[in-house]
Design a protein around this ligand. Sequence first.
Ligand code: 5GP
Length: 189
Amino acid sequence: MAGKALIFSAPSGSGKTTIVQHLLKNNSDLGFSISASTRDRRGRTEVDGKDYHFLTPEEFKEKIDANEFIEWEEVYAGNFYGTLKSEIERVWAEGKNVIFDVDVKGGINLKKYFGDRALAIFVKVPSIEVLAQRLNSRGTESEESLSRRLFKSKFEMSFQDKFDVVLVNEDLSTSVKEAQELYEGFKIA
Ligand code: 5GP
């Protein structure tokens, strides 16, 4: 059974993952596409096979060679992320629509792959200044990493017109409501 696909992409710090998590909580007919990744699992907060399929670089490469990915990227230097064909099959077989949380390039590639079957949503912060403030207030960024992320964000912003919808995340609860309305409109279209 083939369902629909809801793609969320955004520069880092835009709040995309929080919006995706809210949609998953509020819609039992949505299933998360669990990406494969070679990055380290974050301490106790992440579960293998739930947040990601954590793979070694060798395992990841085997899957590339076996053509098991729809798309994959080296999102950060040395860290590979990819969407497995088997994940879409799994979610659709459950009779659900599949939702993706991927970077901007990945979102564009998934939209190309699924065409009208997908709604691709670009989440953005109101301005680069707001993004800088958000990243700063996390307190996790060094001066260098902050400017690297901001540089990358500016670049990624230039791809927003490749998406079906741009959602400006000024206020989280408003954005969650908007995302919910977009999903409800899309699934009956
Ligand atoms: P994190 O390491 O913070 O979990 O994710 C880093 C970035 O990789 C995020 O923008 C996330 O959306 C993106 N990402 C996660 N899974 C995939 C995937 O399968 N493909 C692509 N292209 N990006 C992904």
